[in-house]
Design a binder for this molecule. Structure first.
Ligand SMILES: C/C(=C\CNc1ncnc2c1ncn2[C@@H]1O[C@H](COP(=O)(O)O)[C@@H](O)[C@H]1O)CO
Length: 257
């Protein structure tokens, strides 16, 4: 806890649970996701999980209700840890601006690093900037560039929103969280659980090793098909990324006519 100048403790970090804000000793050591997925306290499942189901449902309702009127949107993913002067943050900021100029809302995880840069680019270009935050033990709150923000307790509810309200995914360099989001998206497209939409990797050098491994191991050993690899497009050119998204949108609209 940090001491403020008047001798009282300042709020310090805070945790958000729906409309509830928790500070200081009221911040619990675990998160809602951790409690839901915990397999150790079986005795509690019957009583507590039934109530959790309602909370999960209310989180879906809040997400659907808030995002239903969003213009066409693109979900942008990338590291929470990148500094604002990194290659990926500079790219994310230009991308956010270009997407806004093309009429797309930008959806991110609402956190720091690449997410903040993409939100900043969108906001500064006059676009709609959305942050879908997640309750984490080391949560920092939504970044300052988010105009429409929702704090989720459950990762899987939040992931539904990233997919449901986006016309495309753009994935910049990142760690486990980013890879999780990338592979969930391509699995959904590969298994035709969602209408095919562009999944664009930005950061040609960063992703090169992973793409090589996919070709040399996954493809060569028959774990994926050549068509699966075509689900992913790679570029460092912001204008090209936007063009891929606009073209895919136009093709889809054409097919629906
Ligand atoms: C690590 C730090 C803060 C974490 N804050 C986050 N806020 C919102 N969303 C997050 C956060 N961390 C991860 N995510 C999600 O995963 C992706 C980034 O994860 P990575 O492991 O950094 O690649 C991102 O797209 C989010 O959706 C303190 O700096």
């Amino acid at each position: 806890m940090t001491e403020s100048t008047n001798g009282r403790s300042s709020p310090g970090p805070e945790r958000h649970r729906g409309g509830v804000t928790l500070r200081r000793d009221s911040i619990p050591p675990s998160t809602a996701d951790e409690k839901l997925l915990d397999s150790h306290h079986r005795g509690e499942w019957k009583t507590k999980d039934a109530w959790r189901a309602l909370r999960i449902l209310s989180e879906f309702v809040e997400g659907f209700d808030t995002l239903a009127d969003l213009p066409p949107a693109v979900s942008v993913f990338g590291s929470a840890r990148s500094s604002s002067d990194s290659f990926e943050c500079e790219l994310a900021e230009s991308l956010g601006a270009a997407l806004a100029e093309a009429g797309y809302a930008v959806i991110t995880g609402g956190g720091p690093g690449v997410m903040e840069a993409a939100n900043r680019g969108a906001t500064e270009a006059g676009g709609m900037s959305v942050g879908l935050g997640i309750e984490l033990p080391f949560e920092q709150g939504l970044n300052d560039w988010v105009d429409v923000g929702i704090d989720f307790r459950y990762f899987f509810v939040r992931k539904t929103m990233f997919v449901k309200y986006a016309q495309a995914f753009v994935v910049l360099p990142g760690g486990f969280g980013t890879l999780d989001e990338l592979f969930e998206a391509i699995t959904l497209v590969q298994t035709k659980k969602v209408t095919r939409f562009p999944v664009i990797l930005m950061g040609v050098e960063y992703w090169g090793g992973l793409l090589d491994w996919m070709k040399r191991r996954m493809l060569d050993e028959g774990k994926i098909s050549a068509m699966d690899l075509e689900l992913i497009q790679v570029t460092d050119d912001v204008a090209e990324a936007v063009r891929i998204i606009v073209d895919a949108d136009a093709a889809l609209a054409e097919g629906k006519r």
